[in-house]
Design a protein around this ligand. Structure first.
Ligand SMILES: Cc1cc2nc3c(=O)[nH]c(=O)nc-3n(C[C@H](O)[C@H](O)[C@H](O)COP(=O)(O)OP(=O)(O)OC[C@H]3O[C@@H](n4cnc5c(N)ncnc54)[C@H](O)[C@@H]3O)c2cc1C
Length: 477
């Protein structure tokens, strides 16, 4: 058996017959998107790392179609919400970034299955580095230190609402493009393009992973051995891969409790209400972008922690665009909602196979009565706050009261399918993102989120990848 280890970094095409696919490394990472590239670059230089990427430098139809599947729940686009080539879905993300609120990590008695095993403070040390990776300028999201109270865009102090800072990636970070030189030149790192992870092989102890089976669409394959394996293939695909590894465990890897693929969460995007501004100056101040050195940030309205617990609401972020204030039409209140964790909202394997022989998935995205309560609660809190200041009036749309799921949008934010917990009966990975029941298999990405808050997930998933890199560094000496 020939073992390949490149001394210098390099990017090579696994479809090329001259490329040896039987290799060995300290770490194998599957997926070169935001999480996988961030993690690989933290580990490389110190260790040998093989980064497997299903796609190439540019998108290709046959590779992208490996993501196709069925959507049996609320309307969802499996193909349109992710990209399968170097850089992953960052190739068309919008660059909106924010930090989860402290309460998002806490167990709330009105939100079943809520509560992370880690807190907001556990991710704080990784915020500035995350901001550097994603070109945000600063990792500071503290509204009070960034914007003096007299300049707050929403004149809502004293109400049940508060404000949250959003930062914008600028220029919008395309991970494959931006980090290609680093991927090519970091010692010990090998990026295998067009290399799909299709199976993971366990040692006979049933806990330790020994190798990863890699397959290309032109029929090549290889077995890569490593000390540690990390899935970083996106919030839906991480679950699909665990469920598909059935050659030794009939129920899939890490799935003894049947939890892999469950708790799929999105951020329901709703233009749920019409607003009638009574004070034009107030309206003009909304979502005005501000500059912080060379970077842009904006302010969004959110419920205060106290009002969330008093009203037993789900979290949300709302905004309106300035441009709408200039029209005579009602202004649209655009809101990103938290979705409550729900075991029946899930990813499952089907009997249809893709071109590599992996089962395609059925995504059954579902909302519960608690999610609809959250949307109505949002309308009430925003309406009360604006009404109390005679700034405007809010009218919830009829479809919200009728709970018409066809009107719900989504953010292409895939969370929860390999959720984090301290108890294997409640989750798929532990607080260090290790898959329960295995000793050396880890997951990176928003599939580990226990709850999703009401903020775009990429900032948090990148911070988690950096935290995972620190943990893994402690394991391999
Ligand atoms: C239109 C759009 C706009 C968005 N805007 C925002 C935004 O403004 N803010 C925000 O926070 N988020 C946004 N998102 C979501 C954001 O893109 C994702 O959160 C982020 O890309 C997830 O990172 P990831 O590394 O987990 O997955 P990805 O970036 O999707 O990367 C996964 C990688 O794994 C590879 N892969 C898959 N299967 C395999 C396999 N079997 N073997 C090897 N490799 C594999 C894929 O090719 C891909 O490169 C947006 C998404 C979309 C679609």
């Amino acid at each position: 058996m020939r073992i390949g280890r490149e001394p210098a970094g390099m990017i090579i095409d696994a479809r090329n017959s001259a490329v040896e696919l039987t290799r060995d490394a300290d770490f194998v990472i599957a997926g070169a998107g935001v999480a996988g590239i961030s993690l690989a670059l933290e580990l490389a230089g110190k260790y040998s790392v093989i980064l497997l990427e299903s796609g190439g430098i540019e998108p290709e139809q046959d590779t992208q179609s490996l993501y196709d599947g069925k959507s049996s729940g609320l309307n969802y686009s499996l193909l349109g919400s992710r990209l399968r080539f170097l850089g992953g879905t960052s190739n068309h993300w919008g660059g909106w970034c924010g930090k989860l609120d402290d309460i998002d990590f806490e167990a709330r008695d009105w939100v079943p299955h809520s509560g992370w095993p880690i807190t907001s403070a556990d991710l704080e040390p990784f915020h500035q580095r995350t901001a550097d990776i994603l070109d945000l300028g600063s990792g500071n999201f503290d509204t009070d230190t960034m914007v003096p109270p007299e300049n707050h865009a929403f004149r809502i102090s004293g109400t049940r609402l508060t404000q949250r800072v959003m930062r914008f990636s600028n220029p919008v970070t395309r991970m494959g493009e931006k980090y290609r030189p680093a991927l090519e030149n970091t010692a010990g790192l090998t990026v295998l393009l067009n290399a799909n992870l299709v199976d993971l092989k366990l040692h006979e102890d049933g806990k330790k992973l020994e190798s990863a089976l890699v397959r290309t669409l032109n029929g090549r394959s290889g077995q890569i051995t490593a000390k540690h394996f990390i899935l970083a293939s996106g919030g839906i695909e991480n679950a699909r891969l665990l469920l598909s590894c059935r050659s030794q465990m009939t129920q899939g890897l890490g799935n003894e409790k049947g939890l892999v693929g469950r708790f799929f969460m999105e951020h329901p995007h709703v233009t749920a209400a019409e607003m009638f501004a009574l004070d034009e100056n107030w309206c003009q101040g909304q979502m005005a972008l501000r500059r912080d050195d060379d970077h842009w940030f904006g302010l969004m309205v959110a419920p205060s922690k106290k009002s969330l617990s008093e009203q037993r609401c789900l979290n949300f972020r709302g905004h309106i665009f300035n441009i709408e204030c200039q029209s005579d039409d009602p202004i649209e209140l655009r809101v990103m909602m938290e979705q409550a964790p729900n075991p029946d909202s899930r990813v499952r394997l089907t009997s249809t196979l893709d071109a590599l022989g992996l089962p395609r998935i059925d995504l059954n995205w579902q909302l519960t009565a608690l999610d609809w309560h959250g949307i109505q609660c949002m309308g009430r809190l925003v309406g009360e706050a604006l009404g109390a200041r005679s700034l405007g009036r809010v009218k919830l749309r009829d479809w919200v009261m009728e709970q018409d799921g066809r009107r719900i949008g989504f953010g292409s934010h895939h969370m929860g399918t390999t959720r984090m917990a301290d108890d294997p009966a409640a989750g798929v990975v532990d607080r260090n993102c290790r898959v329960f029941g295995t000793s050396n298999l880890f997951v990176a990405g928003s599939s580990v989120f226990a709850t999703g808050g009401a903020i775009n997930p990429t900032f948090t998933l990148t911070a988690l990848a950096l935290r995972l890199a620190e943990h893994l560094t402690g394991l391999v000496r």
